[in-house]
Design a protein around this ligand. Structure first.
Ligand SMILES: [Zn+2]
Length: 92
């Protein structure tokens, strides 16, 4: 019974650690920030983070400048740029 409880706790702890890792992603943004005025999008289309939170990388596609929080998000976008482009939220 006790062993079962311990096992449960270990699993819980593991889940929490995993959550922490995902949450660390945001502060890891490249310190080199791009000017928000230079990008045409409102949110990072890959992760949904607002560009006002910081732009780590940009991509040019269809005459638009798209800002991303990180290179990883840009790479993700560029994997299927034509499709992802249609989901971008543009500045009004
Ligand atoms: Zn992102």
């Amino acid at each position: 019974m006790i062993l079962f409880a311990c096992k449960n706790d270990a699993a819980k702890e593991k889940a929490e650690v995993k959550l922490d890792t995902t949450m660390v992603v945001e502060p890891k943004v490249d310190p080199v920030k791009y000017n928000i005025a230079l990008v045409d999008n409102v949110k990072d289309p890959s992760c949904g983070m607002p560009v006002t939170a910081g732009i780590g990388d940009t991509a040019h596609f269809n005459n638009k400048t798209i800002g991303f929080c990180s290179k990883e998000c840009k790479d993700f976008f560029l994997k299927d740029a034509a499709k992802n482009f249609t989901a971008v939220e543009w500045k009004k």
